[in-house]
Design a protein around this ligand. Structure first.
Ligand SMILES: Nc1ncnc2c1ncn2[C@@H]1O[C@H](COP(=O)(O)OP(=O)(O)OP(=O)(O)O)[C@@H](O)[C@H]1O
Ligand SMILES: [Mg+2]
Length: 253
């Protein structure tokens, strides 16, 4: 039995600049693993390469080089895609649809077949939006839209759920609700891999961290291991440890 939900080896992605700009290396020889049935945080400052890595991993944009494998040694076939859910950084939710209609659309996209009515109501209940299932999305608040985004990502009951900044822009109540949903999914065995620069949330939720800076991986492993490797006070929080790790890396490079 495999113990890896996602394995990334030597991933490289650069963007060609315009006429007077040089090529920008966004993801530089990135390798890491996401263990199965664990919560892994993808940690990095703005512009560090998180979204670009996720887009390459899911084949939304073409990588320059590198290897991406799912659930052991599988490439991203349609069958493997069915086992993965994705919450994008800026979810595009058709605002003229109702919550239930949007989820039906995603259910069909995922090849869900019959049984959609129960699946939609069950997922809406899970994210606390069952009462507003027939309201158009244009009347939803940012927090409600974020929860609809979460519902579309989990409607196919993925084994691996990848989320790009699921808590960004939310107030404390909104963040709490999203974190509750993530905790429940993790408790039921779903592997979570999510990017964030909200270090407090990451420290609270994650078993494991992948830290990226300037397109390069600085660390992967549990937070305690990071503190041990830097000989830090065991009570230090991720915010402080992250700054120390970045400074150490800047001095070395
Ligand atoms: N389509 C693109 N064309 C050119 N440069 C890009 C493109 N997409 C991303 N970049 C650059 O690649 C680098 C990494 O960007 P990316 O969006 O992956 O960072 P991020 O870690 O997701 O940041 P954030 O926390 O702000 O979401 C940045 O310097 C960004 O400007
Ligand atoms: Mg991003």
């Amino acid at each position: 039995m495999t113990s890896t939900a996602l394995s990334v080896k030597n991933l490289h992605k650069s963007f060609r600049g315009s006429l007077f700009e040089s090529t920008k290396v966004a993801v530089n020889d990135v390798s890491f693993e996401v263990p199965l049935s664990k919560v892994t945080g993808f940690v990095g400052a703005n512009g560090s390469g998180k979204t670009t890595s996720l887009k390459c991993i899911l084949d939304f944009i073409k990588k320059d080089s590198g290897e991406v494998r799912f659930f052991g040694d599988q490439v991203l076939t349609p069958e493997v895609k069915k086992r993965i859910g994705f919450f994008p950084e800026r979810p595009y939710l058709y605002e003229f649809l109702t919550a239930a209609e949007l989820l039906k659309f995603h259910w069909d996209l995922a090849g869900g077949g019959s049984g959609h009515a129960d699946a939609i109501d069950s997922v809406l209940k899970e994210v606390g939006l069952l009462e507003v299932r027939d309201r158009r999305l244009r009347t939803f608040s940012k927090g409600m839209l974020q929860r609809v985004g979460m519902a579309q990502a989990i409607i196919n009951r993925p084994d691996l759920l990848i989320l790009d900044e699921p808590m960004s822009g939310l107030d404390p109540d909104g963040r709490f609700l999203i974190k509750e949903i993530m905790r429940r999914l993790a408790a039921s065995g779903t592997t979570l891999f999510f990017s964030s620069h909200l270090l407090h949330d990451l420290q609270e939720l994650c078993d494991n961290l992948v830290i990226i800076d300037g397109g390069k991986i600085l660390f992967q492993g549990p937070f305690n291991q990071l503190k041990e490797s830097l000989s830090l006070n065991p009570l230090m929080n991720l915010e402080e440890a992250f700054q120390i790790l970045r400074k150490k890396n800047q001095v070395q490079s």
